[in-house]
Design a protein around this ligand. Sequence first.
Ligand code: ATP
Ligand code: MG
Length: 394
Amino acid sequence: MSQNSVKIQIENLYKIFGSNQEEAFSLIEKGKTRDEIQKQNGALTALRNISFDVKEKEIFVIMGLSGSGKSTLLRCINRLQEPTKGIIKVNNEDITCLNEERLRKIRRTIMGMVFQSFALFPHMSVLKNVIFGLEIRKNMDKDERLKKGEEVLKIVGLDQWKNKKVDELSGGMKQRVGLARALAIDPEILLMDEPFSALDPLIRTNLQNELLSLQEKMGKTILFVTHDLNEAIKLGDRIAILNSEGELVQIDTPENILLNPADEYVKTFISDVDRPAVIRLENVMNQVSFEADIKDSVDEVFAKMKKNNAQTVFVTDKGLYRGIVTQNTLSKADKETIADLIVYVKPGYYLASIKDILPNIITKTYPLPVVDKENYLIGEIRDKSVADILKQNI
Ligand SMILES: Nc1ncnc2c1ncn2[C@@H]1O[C@H](COP(=O)(O)OP(=O)(O)OP(=O)(O)O)[C@@H](O)[C@H]1O
Ligand SMILES: [Mg+2]
């Protein structure tokens, strides 16, 4: 992800609702809380000093409790809300000072938004709803618009429903129409505000999976708001957490948020997450402490093991993982090299979760070898690191 260029850049963004903004700022500087400021002068400090970048093709999740400012943040990015202070750049263009015309153009071409409340026209057909955003564009004739509408309805699996009224659809289907409408303008950026929150768990899981597989094909830059950490972990390349003061307290990969929560607020958020299912081997593996080459002599390896007090050693061939040999085997061996004495032990794939490999390690007395997709030995998992994670889960 890191090699991709920056798509959205936010610097020191503030959003204050209500009048007396100057006074509100000076109260913020004095370290007053949202509640204190509201009591004192009526202004609501929804967002405080927000800075982050979103990279091209990234799914960036914004998370926080109700009222933390998630929707406000998303709406500042397409200026459905006017930022009070700060810089918001989209494709390196500062959008906080654009005129109405340029802003409309950007909303119509670069940024698509999917709302929690669907925001559809209930009496219009599915297809009409989907191509609504295209009608104001002058560069597409009617046939082209209809073709585009049908194309995106196929993507979200609703092509059979194009002539139904939106009113006749279930909640999950309405949400798909909302997504199709955002996709119809073929935006570079999708802003999604709790799009799946109103849906029951099964439909929700399905749509999450569909979004992920769509994203593989489309490669959009997605800002996704949710208050559900499991959803955030599943979808997010990175997650930003807003606290109840409208401040960002942590921006990190899902794994790092679980392994190193920034403060108590984040800790309470992650307390009921199934950590072993989320944390991957690459996040907790250690450097290989001890390995031998397949061409090494028995005597040499045996001596090394004695010296290191190791009962087993990983064997590699030009870095590729081959298996292990034990001190016990070597002590009785009548061979020159260790090549014929190797026992193949199934390694863990670096992207597998701790949960995936639990059965492989529970009965073993040696660390689990970790390999990359070409089967190079890149690390090892010791019982202790796994035990620590399991302990935190209890
Ligand atoms: N138009 C507005 N005028 C005044 N205050 C507002 C306005 N919109 C939002 N707020 C306030 O700003 C704060 C952040 O609201 P926001 O809707 O961004 O929260 P949220 O994190 O999206 O919450 P939820 O999870 O409930 O959707 C809240 O205290 C809210 O009352
Ligand atoms: Mg909201």
